[in-house]
Design a protein around this ligand. Structure first.
Ligand code: ANZ
Ligand code: ZN
Length: 826
């Protein structure tokens, strides 16, 4: 028998699939479409095991649906813009384009070696001008709809490198490159108005029963809708300080106000005050803290008194105004009413700076004491110390106070979102240039669509400072105004790479279209994506942005659906010795090495078998060995039977079968049923693979327990054919090779997925006698093959038999399988 030579086999079939264009997808109105999408990779250089897992899962689903008669679109591409290419350019003096395209070349080869069933003719690469031209087009669509705008916003700034830093480049408040302390700088930047869609992004989560609950919850929290009120406090200098609160019912408990240090009113409030200097120093200090630090519950709460006071619009009380790090400018109004008794952060702050604490909500049956309060009470209760609102239930009180404020003209009901507009400007080179021109006469002028793409110049010099080379690329920078023809300047910011990936699934529908971003009729055919598979690290941003862009295009009538992804599967991580595989931990297993030593089919089988897709997977060398041994076991079984079954028919005549054969057929069809259900309803590939393993055992059991002359070839052929077709999505090369070996017609991936035959599934029954003390008292039909224990249980569960035993004492049960059960009683 030939040995299992995965190197030859895998190469052979990969070449064959390529030559026959085996996985090419075309729109076909007659076929039911199935769009199976995996998250496209960033071309970092090499595939890692996380990729392999993601793409193996996607490939099983694509192959399964194809064999089930669906017209499957399964594309692949590259999320190719981004910072690592620029860092490599600075470090190794390789142009980002060259670095990126080289990596793509390598990773495409690695993907091909995994035998993934992609339609490579649809490959997209976001850094290709024919792609980013349409990313720029997308920007213009948003611009023309008033959904792209410019606003000043602070960025991280390294004074020594004189450059903007991404958050990842700030390590412990210092520049990653030169270790200088990072400051912030206000720059005009571009934003997408995603907040206009906050409510729809939230409400439409209900339309997605096929998404994991935890992902929907993360999106919900990210949008962070809260109901409350805005209240206006009048400062002594006449400024109005508007606060946002979710608890207007606690307004009598306000003992101070807090502004974010960057709040525009701070300057006016401290003018001429003795505290001014101290406040300014504090503001400078806080500017250096990251937002995450400031917003965290555990973070140290710090602040200073401004010297100014404001009047509570509801109680008339005068309270001091502070600035503090825990109040963020970007949330709500950037100002907070401090209610220490009922808000934990306020309580910590008040205790630290000796500000008064006043209880205004008493929980039922309790009596909180402000002096000893250690934990703020943020639940509902009865209003106290609240003037004419005393005695009201706090839930009622919040409405009453809001109404009262509205009548007095010093407040209103307000819904607030945590979601902010999407900052898409990057002061970086390796991205899609924002298609905007600045003209002294005409102001901001969008590049006309017919002038796209705004090409990224490739012959640029990288300064070690990390400053974007676009700032010095004169040919790029200097242009003429499309409106008036005067000389003008180009925008030098490029787009966040999340913009590129927010629409790539649309481009796959017509990837070579040179006239438009996507062909609406093709998009109408393929969209929405039926199954999206990727890492949970994209649960918030990428998925939220893709949903947003889809809704914008839907509103324009360009796409047929307002949600892009019907079903979502988030696969778990690949761990080694319980820890995430990472270069820094030195525990990386390279896919290439595994493929080299065991073959792609073994790698795939191991990964799919080791854990259900959503769980983390522990890499194990023994597990890989086990998968390899199983494949060899299948190989030997099929190779040894191939000569026997090559020329036989395929559908056994059920009537003419002996009991061994009937048992084997039951195992075959039971496996079809289990594997189909496991894949279709739960994506439980691990249990599907175990079912296939059991079938292999049953086939060995049959051939080893029966003399060769007595083998029922039709049944064996059926069993082996089913085995190979069920394996096809998991180990596609092996399946093709074995399919060929048994004389199967065409390619195994073109076979129809087998269907379980209900007749074959029927458990055979046999009639047995039931005796009591040796006398036959009843007869019973029972399934064949029950163990004595199962038989005993079944018999004793019959009401008729129980009647016979009434008042008697059962001492012993004697089973003669297939014949009788004797109940010995006293
Ligand atoms: C007074 C109060 C009393 C509050 C009370 C809460 C409990 P969510 O639910 O997340 O929307 N807040 C408002 N703006 C803020 C900002 N820019 N930075 C930090 N905190 C801010 O939270 C809204 C609550 O967070 C608001 O309600 C405000 O504190 C605080 F018993 O006002 B509350
Ligand atoms: Zn002009």
């Amino acid at each position: 028998m030939e040995k299992y030579n995965f190197r030859l086999i895998e190469k052979k079939w990969q070449r064959r699939w390529e030559e026959t264009d085996a996985f090419r997808a075309t729109e076909d109105a007659a076929g039911q479409k199935y769009y199976c999408l995996v998250m496209f990779p960033y071309p970092s250089g090499n595939l890692h095991m996380g990729h392999v897992r993601n793409y193996a899962i996607g490939d099983v689903i694509a192959r399964f649906y194809r064999m089930n008669g669906y017209n499957v679109l399964h594309p692949m591409g590259w999320d190719a813009f981004g910072l690592p290419a620029e860092n490599a350019a600075i470090k190794n003096r390789i142009p980002p384009a060259k670095w990126t395209w080289g990596n793509i070349e390598n990773m495409r080869r690695q993907l091909r070696s995994l035998g993934l069933s992609y339609d490579w003719s649809r490959e997209v690469t976001t850094c290709h001008p024919e792609y980013y031209r349409w990313t720029q087009w997308l920007f213009l669509q948003l611009y023309h709809r008033g959904l792209a705008y410019r606003k000043k916003q602070a960025v991280n700034w390294c004074p020594s490198c004189a450059t903007v830093l991404a958050n990842e480049q700030v390590v412990g408040g210092r520049c990653e490159r030169c270790d200088t302390e990072v400051t912030t700088r206000d720059l005009e930047q571009w934003f997408f108005r995603i907040t206009d869609y906050a409510d729809r992004l939230l409400d439409d989560l209900k339309k997605l029963p096929g998404w994991p609950e935890k992902v929907k919850l993360m999106q919900e929290n990210w949008i962070g809708k809260s109901h409350g009120a805005e209240l206006e406090f009048l400062a002594e200098n006449g400024s109005r300080i508007t606060v946002f609160t979710t608890r207007p019912d606690t307004v009598f408990g306000v003992t101070y106000l807090v502004l974010a240090p960057e709040h525009p009113l701070v300057e006016e409030l401290i003018r001429g005050k003795a505290e001014a200097r101290q406040v300014m120093e504090f503001v400078e200090k806080v500017r250096k803290q990251s937002e995450i630090e400031r917003a965290s519950a555990e973070g140290e709460k710090e602040g200073v008194f401004t010297g100014a006071y404001a009047v509570n619009p509801i109680s008339g009380e005068k309270v001091p105004i502070w600035v503090a790090n825990y109040v963020l400018l970007e949330y709500g109004t950037g100002a907070v009413m401090g209610v220490p008794a009922h808000d934990q952060r306020d309580l910590e702050f008040a205790r630290k700076y000796n500000l008064p604490v006043r209880v205004v909500i008493q929980p039922l049956g309790k009596n909180l004491d402000a002096a000893t309060l250690e934990q703020a009470y943020d639940g509902p209760g009865v209003m106290v110390n609240s003037g004419r609102f005393d005695g009201l239930d706090s839930e009622v009180g919040r409405l009453k106070i809001t109404e009262f404020a509205e009548e007095k003209g010093c407040g209103r009901e307000k819904v607030n979102y945590r979601l902010r507009d999407w900052l898409i400007s990057r002061q970086r080179y390796w991205g899609a240039p924002i298609p905007i021109i600045y003209c002294d006469r005409c102001g901001i002028v969008p590049v006309p669509e017919e002038d796209l793409p705004v090409l990224l110049p490739e012959d640029v010099a990288f300064e070690p400072t990390g400053e974007s080379p676009l700032l010095k690329a004169e040919d790029f920078l200097n242009t003429t105004c499309p409106r008036c023809g005067a000389s003008a300047r180009r925008e030098t910011d490029t787009m966040d790479t999340f913009v590129c990936s927010s629409w790539y699934f649309l481009r796959y529908c017509s990837p070579q279209d040179r006239e438009q971003a996507f062909d609406s009729s093709k998009v109408r055919y393929w969209m929405p994506v039926d199954q999206y598979i990727g890492g949970v690290e994209h649960a918030i941003l990428h998925l939220m942005y893709s949903r947003f862009i889809t809704k914008v295009l839907y509103d324009q009538g360009l796409v047929p659906c307002d949600e892009p992804f019907t079903n979502l599967l988030t696969q778990g991580m690949v761990l080694k010795d319980g820890a995430k595989m990472s270069k820094s931990k030195g525990n990386v297993v390279s896919p290439e090495e595994i493929i080299e030593n065991y073959g792609a089919d073994t790698a795939r089988l191991f990964i799919l078998f080791a854990a259900p897709p959503e769980r983390d997977l522990d890499w194990s060398d023994q597990g890989v060995d086990g998968a390899y041994r199983f494949i060899n076991r299948v190989w030997r079984l099929v190779q040894s039977l191939a000569p026997v079954i090559r020329d036989t028919g395929n559908t056994p005549d059920a009537g003419a079968l002996g009991s061994q054969e009937r048992e084997l057929r039951r195992a075959i069809h039971r496996t079809i049923q289990r594997v189909t259900e496991d894949i279709k309803t739960r994506f439980n590939f691990n249990t599907a693979v175990s079912a296939i393993m059991e079938l292999v055992n049953a086939l060995y059991h049959y051939t080893e327990g029966t003399a060769e002359q007595e083998w029922h070839r039709d049944v064996l052929k059926e069993g082996i054919s089913v085995l190979i077709t069920l394996l096809a999505p998991f180990t596609p090369h092996l399946a093709e090779e074995l399919w060929e070996a048994i004389g199967g017609k065409g390619s195994v991936h073109e076979q129809k997925w087998p269907e379980a035959d209900p007749e074959a599934l029927k458990q055979e029954e046999i009639n047995i006698a039931v005796q009591v003390n040796g006398r036959v008292r009843d007869h019973l039909d029972v399934p064949v093959g029950l163990s004595n224990r199962e038989l005993e249980e079944l018999v004793l569960a019959q009401p008729r038999i129980n009647q016979l035993l009434q008042g008697k004492n059962l001492v012993k049960v004697v089973c003669v399988p297939g014949k009788l059960v004797n109940l010995v009683v006293k």
